[in-house]
Ligand binder design. Structure first.
Ligand code: ATP
Ligand code: LTN
Length: 331
């Protein structure tokens, strides 16, 4: 994997069903830029256990998500795809980073605050230390760029601070990474409540998110029920969160400008808006769902790709971890 290209690293948790927010905010961006960078993509199952998981389901969801990423267009010839727990250096490096990260920095993380509020009975140390495992993921591969949705910006800033601190105290080791956040789609909101980000952990609410495996019927039903407002004007006004969210989803799939979309919908009602958004989503997701249905039956092929991915990742991870551990005086 020796090239002159910048290296991209990103991760996704195998919890719940991958949804439109994950796709438009992160995965679509990974796929579309595969030729520009050297890419490492990781299914972060060790992050998933920071909240309670059913072991059998977690295992199944991990492979399902790998198949889905391939279905979305991750090309194993262009990108390394692997499962986090297969490369132990992620948790080993996370420990080194944990030892140089102030508690105060971790306690400022909004994702920790949100998730601990949502799960008051399961606030374990792993959830608090989650950002150090994420820093380890990124720094282990000396990644230049990290394509994510907006919600992850704070974690990447922490990873940057950690890299800078390590380099200062123990000598130049890590690349200081930059977040790569799309203008459109970086924060897709829940259809039922457009003031909250679409999230896998809210997928128990029936009309909250659109899963990439949802059938056309379900997509139509969910979009029909999406919360809007009583203004009746179809325009990109951020404060009218429901309509803004539907228009953003439409824009991500049709790739038109905001002006083009506003003029397309001039004089039309919300019924028409929802109908066209649903059509765009169904057509955009159709090839993904069809490809997923084939790939999920090809378990040998899937495992082979993941084995090769883990081997490629392992080589880089071993080199960086050894360097970091020696710099800290560990034998
Ligand atoms: P949870 O909300 O349960 O933590 P999640 O839906 O955020 O899960 P992750 O696996 O943690 O899923 O995220 C994978 C990628 O998807 C990350 O880059 C994240 O920033 C992005 N992402 C998640 N939700 C959205 C969203 N609503 N809009 C845009 N991007 C998103
Ligand atoms: N924390 C991220 C998932 C994640 C990640 C990463 C993203 C884990 N490790 C490394 C980018 C780079 C989330 O909750 N969405």
């Amino acid at each position: 994997m020796q090239t002159n290209k910048l290296r991209v690293f990103s991760g996704i948790q195998p919890t719940g069903n991958i949804h439109l927010g994950n796709y438009l905010g992160a995965v679509k961006n990974w796929v579309e830029r595969q030729d520009s960078y050297e890419n490492v993509f990781c299914v972060v199952n060790s992050h998933a256990i920071t909240l309670p998981q059913n072991p059998k389901i977690l295992k199944e969801k991990t492979y399902d998500l790998c198949a889905m990423l391939l279905a979305c267009g991750i090309n194993p010839k262009k990108s390394t795809l692997f499962i986090q727990s297969k490369v132990q250096e992620h948790t080993s490096l996370a420990w080194l980073l944990t030892c140089i990260t102030p508690m105060g920095d971790l306690s400022r993380m909004t994702q920790f605050k949100d998730k601990s509020q949502k799960n008051p009975k399961s606030i374990f140390a792993g959830l608090f230390n989650y950002p150090n495992l994420m820093s380890a993921d990124i720094l282990l591969y000396k990644s230049n760029l990290v394509p994510v949705g907006e919600d992850q910006k704070q974690h990447i800033e922490l990873a940057r601070d950690t890299a800078i601190r390590f380099n200062r105290d123990f000598g130049e080791t890590f690349v200081v990474p930059e977040p790569l956040i799309m203008q459109e789609g970086a924060r897709i909101m829940g259809l039922d409540d457009p003031t909250k980000k679409m999230s896998k952990s809210s997928s128990d609410k029936p009309n909250h998110s659109i899963a990439l495996i949802d059938t056309p019927d379900r997509i139509v039903k969910k979009i029909k029920k999406a919360t809007t407002d009583s203004e009746g004007i179809i325009a990109f006004h951020k404060e009218r969160a429901g309509v803004y969210n539907l228009l953003t989803i439409y824009q991500c799939f049709t790739k038109q400008t905001q002006e083009e979309i506003e003029s397309e919908f001039a004089g039309l009602g919300y019924g028409k808006l929802k109908e066209r958004v649903a059509e765009a989503v169904i057509e955009g997701l159709r090839p993904i769902r069809e490809s997923y249905e084939k790939l999920i039956l090809e378990q040998d092929y899937l495992h082979k790709i993941l084995d090769v991915g883990a081997q490629t990742a392992q080589k880089i991870a071993t080199a960086t971890y050894t360097e970091a551990k020696e710099k800290m005086g560990l034998i």
